[in-house]
Design a protein around this ligand. Structure first.
Ligand code: UD1
Ligand code: CA
Length: 464
């Protein structure tokens, strides 16, 4: 895009959210609303947009600092006043895009089309409009035939104007020279006593300049988030869009009603998502993997051809052809090589597991480095915490750990060693060795009989 700046208005209070959290920090598809708008300006190639902040400034500023230039609007005197505060920040640009921080559903294609129209036609202002079923609360677009005359706010509109269903979405592109001259001319003579940004359209008509409208066919784009009801609506729309996109890209989604995919997730072709799946953060799932039912992954990598059922995982790297679950919990820092099997009721934390190793049932593995082709018996526990510090368990390739073993860290088990079931291992085990640690098994033959006999003798004792 040639020489375009962007201003994002986000100083308002967002009172109808009834929240301590500033409105634009509320999350949609896992990300604050403001991030969705910043993603859009990024995609348009606009460097460091200006973000106008007032209410909740400190928190939002902290969050957007690396991506945007913050402009402060101390008093919220209206959208025209807001953009005026940012004027010095975009004087080098030819055109400026004006967006709202609470409008996260705008599409890249729409914005590109609007900007192209604006620039080709050399307009001084182009406003994004939409035809909606219920225009209540929005500014109405008033025309004379095709020509835009003005934008009137709900509270200032006549009855005839209120009947108009073409609304101002609150997104615009302005010629910078025009806007710089127009903004100081705004007055707060209107029903709300505010400096309306939409007031600049009145100057266009008076000066015989060219203002255009670009009407989006997707009315969802117009949705501004003012309440939690609208936030929930936006979530539904956004979610549907994401699912639709992945279906188009060759992902099977068996039950779209129960699948939630956040916006930064990346999926490959022929991935299958079964019912009740949450894919969050920067999760990546490669080809032919089958995820679900009931899987919740946050910022995980899942290699090709893996199968995950009833599993929760956070910041975990899963290799190719792994089988996980049911009922597995994989915690941050865990890396599974290819072909690993993690079965039911297994928790793994911050551990590296070598290829084709099996941890099939009822285990806790924490702070461990486990080699390839290891078999971890049912109920094995790495005792990694001594009450003060965490310690490492190292298990080399080809080891067999019998069921119900306790591996008290720090401890190392050498390659191809064999740990007997029920052992508590507190010292290193050399490679190839067999180690068994248990109490001695005692068998008392005919114990039951002896006991009954003793009891009978007792009952024969005379009583007095
Ligand atoms: C505005 C438009 C209206 C349009 C609607 C679309 C005006 C006068 N009206 O109305 O035509 O249909 O958006 O959603 O512009 N803000 C500031 N500082 C202020 C006031 C507002 O930064 O002093 C920010 C808000 O935080 C918000 C955005 O500007 O992000 C829009 O403000 P809001 O008060 O919600 O405008 P609307 O009344 O919805
Ligand atoms: Ca609004």
């Amino acid at each position: 895009m040639s020489n375009i700046a962007a201003v994002i208005m986000a100083a308002g209070k967002g009172a109808r959210m009834k929240s301590r959290l500033p409105k634009v920090m509320h999350r949609l598809a896992g990300k604050p609303l403001i991030d969705h708008v910043l993603d859009l300006t990024d995609q348009l190639g606009i460097d460091h947009p200006l973000v106008i902040l007032g209410h909740g400034r400190a928190l939002i500023e902290e969050h957007v600092r690396d991506r945007a230039v913050v402009v402060t609007q101390t008093e919220q005197l209206g959208t025209g006043h807001a953009v005026r505060q940012a004027l010095p920040g975009f004087q080098d640009a030819e055109d400026v895009l004006v967006l709202s921080g609470d409008q996260p559903l705008l599409c890249l294609e729409t914005m590109q089309a609007l900007l192209a129209l604006h620039q080709e036609q050399k307009a001084v202002a182009t406003v994004l409009t939409a035809q909606v079923a219920d225009p209540f609360g929005y500014g109405r677009v008033i025309r004379d035939g095709a020509r835009l005359l003005k934008i009137v706010e709900e509270k200032d509109a006549t009855e005839a104007e209120r009947a108009v269903r073409e609304i101002n979405t609150g997104t615009y592109c302005f010629n910078v020279e025009f806007l710089t001259k127009a903004l100081p001319g705004l007055t707060p003579q209107n029903a709300q006593g505010e400096y309306y940004l939409t007031g600049v359209f009145d100057f266009i008509l008076a000066d015989g300049l060219k203002a255009l409208t670009y009407c989006t066919r997707d009315v969802d784009e117009a949705l501004g988030i003012n309440s939690r009801i609208q936030l929930a609506e936006a979530e539904q729309i956004f979610r549907r869009r994401i699912l639709h996109n992945w279906l188009e890209e060759g992902v099977t989604i068996e039950d779209p009603a129960t699948v939630y995919i956040e916006s930064d997730v990346v999926l490959s072709r022929d991935v299958t998502l079964r019912p009740f799946v949450y894919l969050k953060g920067t999760t990546v799932v490669e080809e032919n993997s089958v995820i679900g039912p009931q899987v919740d992954l946050e910022s995980c990598f899942c290699g090709a051809g893996s199968e995950l059922r009833y599993t929760v995982a956070r910041e975990v790297k899963i290799g190719k052809g792994c089988t996980i679950g049911p009922f597995a919990y994989l915690r941050p820092g865990t890396e599974l090589a290819d072909g690993v099997k993690v079965g039911d009721f297994v928790e793994i934390k911050k551990s590296r597991i070598g290829s084709k190793t099996k941890i099939p049932h009822l285990s806790y593995i924490g702070d461990a480095e486990i080699g390839a082709d290891v078999n971890i018996g049912a109920g094995t526990i790495t005792c990694n915490y001594d009450g003060e510090h965490k310690h490492l368990t190292r298990i080399a390739d080809g080891v067999f750990i019998g069921s119900n073993a306790n591996l008290v860290a720090p401890v190392e088990i050498g390659a191809h060693a064999f740990v007997g079931a029920g052992s508590t291992i507190t010292e290193g085990v050399p490679a190839e060795a067999l180690v068994v640690e248990r109490g001695t098994l005692r068998v008392r033959k005919e114990w039951r009989k002896a006991k009954t006999k003793a009891k009978g003798a007792e009952q024969c004792q005379p009583t007095n």
